[in-house]
Design a protein around this ligand. Structure first.
Ligand code: BGP
Length: 473
């Protein structure tokens, strides 16, 4: 089998997020986040406990990382462990937990990549308007400052936010994240902007503190392609690309909304009877932060195929793995349709590895300001079969291998990708699907919380140790 080398110093990572792995939602003074209330509502199919019990088992997970050649881990800090009400008194037990976790990462040679906000907004702030309320920005900056002060001596990679677009889209358009609103496209754009302001101010604060690490953001940058290259479908692609990707890439790396992208956003706003509110100081913060950005974290799972669409918004979320049940049509934007030539997961996510390469090349073209890129999430949701303690997840290996082959092609062409964090390190709670959608290198038996390496874990270990990818046929 032909092989290809990874660049020297490449990070072979595994990704997690606090709420999806820690469990222990009521321990040691942690306050509730929006997801606690949502997943504890009557009729909820699953809860934030036990998740993967990382709160207690992080040492075992880091031992497994080391044993399997994994030299980087994405973790996030639960805001309500540090500040239980979102604002106000600091919880020393929360501070101590992340102290120990970060120290253990370093002791095991597994570099922590720390995200400040991975969807888990404190419940009181959420109830008070979430990211539509600018007071949440100030509360976030206070939380960020505490984290930088406590952990900034040891953490070398910080991300302000995970996937602002998912916060906006899933919470206000698709309705499968709290607050479960649907088709509020104007609110979603306003939230994107407010998150960009919070991000920029946090970057500026970090850079004023003289700490030794680097800072960036994690965006979900799904590919956007016209289903057929008609001018109407290409325009639908451009609209979806603007609201999902380029609006916030502009904010982070150019420090402004470029006229081309803003024209597309204005078209979407107009067709949805909405208006964006901004302050002059927002742009001062964004301009200054853009020059200081050290890296981009890019999450890539899939690409969407766009068709022109003139009707009202309608969305059906496939949250159970019933293949072929998704619908996603947005007023003023377009319809995401299935491409018969592209396979999908059971949750209807198109599997399109070439899309990762195409997206990396688009970043190289449109955002030459981006100095370093980490693929901060990529992986395959799968209903793994557990047979006598063994898990043969060959489809996941194929998925990752194909994406990595395209990643290395982009590297050959000068795209500065420095690492890859598979989603996920171990099986975790899936926000809108629960526990039967598994992504991990390590299988978690949620009854016993015992970990079992999957076939993919051994494959990943051999690749990390050799620094070579066995290329797909
Ligand atoms: C990303 C999130 C992760 C993770 C992943 C898989 O959007 O950053 O937290 O959940 O998607 O998504 P899902 O669990 O919905 O399959």
């Amino acid at each position: 089998m032909a092989t290809k080398n990874f660049p020297q110093g490449f990070i072979f990572g595994g990704a997690t997020a606090a709420y999806q792995v820690e469990g222990a939602t009521a321990e040691d003074g942690r306050g509730p986040c929006a997801w606690d209330e949502y997943l504890n509502r009557p009729g909820s199919r699953y809860h934030g406990d036990p998740a993967s019990d990382f709160y207690h088992q992080y040492k075992e997970d880091l031992r497994l990382c080391k044993a399997f050649g994994i030299n980087g881990i994405r973790i996030s800090i639960s805001w309500t462990r540090i500040i239980p009400d979102g604002v106000g008194p600091v919880n020393q037990k929360g501070i101590a937990y992340y102290d120990q976790l970060i120290d253990e990462c370093i002791a095991q040679g597994v570099e922590p990549f720390v995200t400040l906000h991975h969807f888990d907004t404190p419940l009181p702030l959420f109830k008070n308007g979430h990211w539509l309320n600018r007071a949440t920005i100030d509360a976030f900056l206070n939380f960020a400052q505490i984290c930088f002060e406590h952990y900034g001596d040891r953490v070398r990679k910080w991300a302000t936010f995970n996937e602002p677009w998912s916060i906006a889209q899933n919470g206000y358009i698709a309705g499968n994240f709290p607050p479960n609103e649907t088709f509020q496209i104007g609110k979603a754009i306003q939230i994107e902007h407010n998150l960009m302001v919070a991000h920029a101010k946090a970057v500026n604060m970090y850079k004023s503190m003289g700490l030794p690490g680097s800072i960036g953001i994690v965006h979900t940058l799904e590919g956007k392609e016209p289903i057929t290259p008609t001018p109407e479908n290409i325009h639908a692609r451009d609209l979806d690309d603007a609201i999902s990707n380029r609006f916030m890439m502009d904010a982070c790396y150019k420090g402004e909304y470029t006229p081309e992208v803003m024209a597309l956003i204005n078209e979407i706003l107009k067709k949805n009877g909405a208006k964006l509110e901004t302050e002059p100081e927002d742009f001062e913060a964004m301009k200054s932060a853009a020059k200081k950005m050290d890296f981009l974290g890019m999450n890539y799972y899939s690409s969407h195929f766009l068709q022109a669409y003139e009707g009202e918004s309608k969305v059906v979320n496939n949250s159970t793995g019933a293949k072929g049940t998704s619908v996603f049509c947005l007023q003023g934007i377009g319809a995401r349709v299935s491409n018969p030539e592209v396979p999908t997961t059971d949750w209807d996510w198109p599997i399109y590895p070439e899309g990762m390469y195409r997206q990396l090349k688009r970043i190289q073209k449109y955002y030459p300001e981006v100095k370093e890129i980490y693929i901060s999430e990529n992986g395959m949701g799968y209903k793994d079969d557990f047979v006598n303690g063994e898990i043969d997840d060959t489809p996941r290996i194929d998925y990752v291998r194909k994406h990595l082959a395209y990643l290395l092609k982009a590297v050959d062409e000068g795209v500065p990708v420095k690492g890859y964090y598979i989603w996920s390190l171990m099986d975790v709670l899936s926000w809108s699907n629960g526990y039967n959608k598994r992504y991990g290198l390590f299988y978690v038996d949620y009854e016993t919380q015992k970990r079992y390496p999957k076939k993919s874990a051994y494959w990943y270990r051999d690749m990390a140790e050799s620094g070579e990818l066995d290329l797909p046929e």
